[in-house]
Design a protein around this ligand. Structure first.
Ligand code: SF4
Length: 461
């Protein structure tokens, strides 16, 4: 007898990674079209909750308009004997995985960024209430995390309630994140790894250290430790650091060995504090992207919630596509907001002295962690909307990258197209570079491109 026989659709690992397009969706919950959304887990006392209870505050799925986008919150309360609050973040992150096990349900991102879609097909099969989603989550949580004794779930769709609880949730996330601040990677006895995102990015493995928070921003070093203790064979596991090969870059023998094992030989080296040589891999759940801006030899950062184009004319979604997939793409780096508060943030690349642009909202969130002398030198969309405006701003504020321009041929870059016919064909080795065509991603490994002509064209907006 199936554990899910009272659920009108199928449930299983096979549905993980399923994408639901706009035209195929019955309803959308959260996502960038709505401001208020969250998912939150709280550990409670055994006598504080009612096991198996599912509550829906606001319209249920069947009451929502077909094709509509709705504010959404999932609030899960769990209890067991020896309450250990450190597990809240880890249990919360499993919501992503378990929702994706449901046929026709897509869950992306985490915390205050969640984005879910339900397919028309699953709705027609009878999946028309959050009670079904609640039952699936309760069963999966109980079977996978057997220490949970009681679980009660509330789905919130009433706009004012979502907004209210979203505010509460933000305070709780902040308190969790603040806990590991001040700890140093060098002092940690172990690091933690997470492969939860491998269903979407098969060669991705997060290395979670006190000073390099997970890409999704929802699993701290403490969360990793708590998770590895209760479920050592689960997707979050302990990593023996081994010999430190380079303390400045953050390269460890133990981390390299784990990356090799977890990515089946695809990734062999990881330097934790850089976006360039052997960078940390990027899945697709990252909260923000750090992207290289060659015109100023600096880095921009954009977070998922920023809806305008960035200073180079590209929106978050395009930059995220260039970054994601579990790859190491030099100059495109997935990261969490909390990592921006780390003193090790991209330290190999120059840290805050190399960051030239970021949205005002995210700058405000991390302002206290930016060196004082740099705060006014980093442009936002209010100071620079184009590369030319950015250059002028950086010059005016004497941003440290301006010094680098003297040694780089940035200003000398050609305005017009330069074509060079080559006497000998040029051989360019490429590896792991994806080509997107006709809805497929083709990855060429250990391939070479032969070129008879090189065209260098300045990209104009
Ligand atoms: S982004 Fe990293 S830590 Fe977060 S769920 Fe994915 S693999 Fe785990």
């Amino acid at each position: 007898m199936s554990m899910f026989e009272d659920i009108p659709v199928d449930v299983g690992v096979v549905y993980e990674g399923e994408r639901i397009r706009f035209k195929d969706m019955q309803v959308e919950l959260g996502g960038e079209r709505t401001d208020a959304k969250f998912e939150l887990v709280k550990v409670k006392g055994l006598d504080e909750i009612e096991d198996g209870k599912i509550t829906v505050v606001g319209p249920d799925i069947k009451d929502m308009k077909e094709g509509s986008t709705n504010p959404f919150g999932i609030y899960i309360e769990v209890a067991w004997k020896d309450v250990e609050k450190e597990l809240e973040g880890v249990i919360e992150r499993r919501i992503h995985e378990y929702c994706n096990f449901i046929e026709g349900v897509m869950h992306l991102n985490q915390r205050y960024d969640i984005w879910l879609r339900l397919s028309k097909k699953s709705f027609k099969k009878g999946f028309n209430s959050f009670h079904f989603m609640g039952k699936v989550l309760q069963k999966l949580f109980r079977s996978e995390l057997s220490f949970i004794e009681k679980i009660q779930i509330t789905f919130i769709t009433k706009p004012e309630e979502v907004k209210k609880m979203h505010g509460e949730a933000m305070k709780i996330y902040e308190a969790r994140d603040a806990k590991a601040r001040g700890m140093k990677d060098e002092e940690a006895d172990a690091f933690y790894g997470c492969t939860l995102c491998q269903s979407f990015a098969p060669t991705h493995c997060c290395i979670i250290t006190p000073q390099r928070y997970s890409n999704c921003g929802s699993i701290s070093w403490f969360d990793g430790r708590a998770s590895a203790r209760v479920d050592p064979k689960g997707p979050v596991f302990a990593i023996e650091k081994g010999e430190c090969l380079d303390p400045f870059k953050g390269e460890y023998k133990g981390v390299n060995a784990v990356m090799k094992e977890k990515t089946m030989g695809e990734i062999n080296r990881v330097a934790l504090y850089t976006a360039f040589e052997n960078p940390h891999t990027s899945c697709g759940c990252f909260e923000a992207v750090a992207f290289y801006i060659p015109e100023v030899d600096g880095m921009g950062i954009v977070h998922r919630g920023f809806k305008e184009a960035t200073v180079n004319g590209l929106p978050f979604s395009t930059l995220a596509d260039s970054t994601a997939g579990g790859r190491q793409v030099e100059g495109f780096h997935g990261l969490s907001i909390e990592y921006m508060r780390s003193p090790k943030l991209l330290q190999v690349d120059g840290g805050w002295n190399r960051i030239v642009w970021m949205p005002a909202t995210v700058k405000e969130r991390v302002k206290d962690f930016i060196p004082k002398e740099m705060v006014d030198k980093i442009a936002t969309e209010n100071e620079a909307k184009t590369i030319d405006e950015l250059k002028a701003f950086l010059k005016k504020t004497e941003h440290p990258v301006v010094e680098r321009w003297k040694t780089l041929p940035v200003e000398a870059a050609p305005e017009a197209e330069e074509v060079e016919a080559l006497a000998q064909p040029l051989e360019i080795p490429i590896s792991g570079v994806p080509i997107t065509a006709g809805g497929f991603e083709i990855i060429l490994k250990d391939a070479k491109i032969y070129a008879r002509k090189v065209i260098i064209r300045r990209v104009k907006k």
